[in-house]
Design a protein around this ligand. Structure first.
Ligand SMILES: [Zn+2]
Length: 186
């Protein structure tokens, strides 16, 4: 995935990609997002889902602080603020840490591990969400994000592509093979 999209994901979801620039002995995220640009919207949607509860509580907290949400008195507002702060702290811990994102046999693989102090069932919840998006990836072109006519196949190297990206890829492959043959003849 190109640098610009990689940086966008890391900037939007810092809790998920906290290990993006960590050492290779600790995480495979140091290699970045090992898939085509076409899966950017899919990965973005997945990350948004993993952030959903946290972002919802964060917006409720902001609305309480700025007065959009009205309370009957100051004591009620303070009580709500304390409660929302606590919820937000827990939901931050419930966001998993990503340690690898890659394409394998034509599908998206998104590996996470839970944060210390996460609540019970967090791991299973994250895995269920991730599983859905990994399944969808087989229906999204890895190059251009299109969903029409997408297939998972290929000569030797299996890829999930739309008809036009597959034709482009085959053309490139053919050219490479021809160049190799010419090179060998010389
Ligand atoms: Zn395509």
């Amino acid at each position: 995935m190109r640098k610009e999209l990689d940086e966008k994901l890391c900037a939007t979801y810092p809790l998920l990609f906290v290990d993006r620039y960590e050492d290779m002995t600790k995480t495979a995220m140091c290699w970045g997002f090992d898939c085509g640009d076409g899966w950017y919207p899919l990965i973005n949607a997945l990350c948004e889902r993993l952030y959903a509860r946290y972002n919802y509580t964060k917006s409720r907290l902001q609305h309480t602080e700025d007065g959009t949400f009205r309370y009957k008195d100051e004591a009620a507002k303070q009580w709500a603020l304390t409660k929302l702060q606590e919820e937000l702290e827990q939901e931050e811990k419930d966001i998993p840490i990503v340690f690898q994102v890659k394409e394998k046999f034509g599908g998206l693989h998104f590996y996470t591990h839970p944060r210390e102090g996460c609540s019970e069932g967090t791991r299973e919840r994250a895995q269920q969400i991730v599983f859905i998006y990994e399944c969808i990836s087989y229906h999204v072109c890895e190059e251009c994000s299109i969903m029409e006519g997408v297939t998972t196949e290929g000569n030797g190297w299996i890829k999930t592509l739309c008809p036009s990206c597959r034709a482009e890829r085959d053309k490139r492959r053919q050219k490479l093979v021809q160049e190799k043959e010419i090179f060998e003849l010389e």
